[in-house]
Design a protein around this ligand. Structure first.
Ligand SMILES: [Zn+2]
Length: 178
């Protein structure tokens, strides 16, 4: 672990404690370079757990689970959408958690894609549909129609209620004051 200020590799751990439900370690470190101006800094370290390989259909070899690629694909799906970087981080974390507890030896890439769709569905339906249309290689109007119908029905209950409220609110003159 290098000092973030002077880049010296020689540092000493002063204090170490688990955070984030125990899967992260917060460490207080001291830089041992006598000329370093900052001397002390904190790191949050997460063990690099091995995630199962990904089985891409039609390819002879398994691919290593690529977290960077996962982040990239989620960010691509959400570009120009009002979703915060914290939300992206949360989604990536959820997908990695599912990968970690996956029972099989390798994860079919289709399964991985579905996990991403699950995450997007809960947060941004438009991004979800756009991602799914690419992932499922949709090419015809009929396939689009089926996708829209499926995703409309798969809307989480809370979101559906919100939409229903909006609809009925617009058509309920009884509620309006005279
Ligand atoms: Zn330093």
């Amino acid at each position: 672990m290098r000092c973030p200020f002077c880049k010296n590799a020689n540092t000493q751990v002063l204090d170490s404690r688990p955070v984030g439900g125990g899967d992260q370690v917060r460490r207080r470190r001291q830089c041992l370079n006598p000329n370093c101006e900052q001397k002390r800094f904190t790191t949050y370290e997460r063990p690099k757990l091995k995630l199962p390989d990904v089985d891409k259909k039609g390819q002879a070899v398994l691919q290593a689970f690529d977290t960077e690629k996962l982040i990239w694909s989620i960010e691509m799906a959400l570009r120009n959408r009002p979703v915060s970087p914290d939300t992206v981080e949360e989604m990536v974390q959820n997908v990695c958690d599912r990968a970690r507890s996956y029972a099989g030896k390798s994860i079919p890439s289709r399964t991985l894609g579905r996990w991403v769709i699950d995450e997007l569905r809960e947060r941004d339906q438009i991004a979800c549909i756009l991602y799914a249309s690419v992932f499922e290689e949709i090419t015809t109007i009929e396939q689009w129609r089926q996708l829209l119908e499926r995703e409309a029905n798969a809307l989480p209950e809370s979101a559906r209620r919100k939409q229903m409220d909006l609809l009925s609110g617009g058509e309920a003159p009884d509620d309006r004051s005279p």
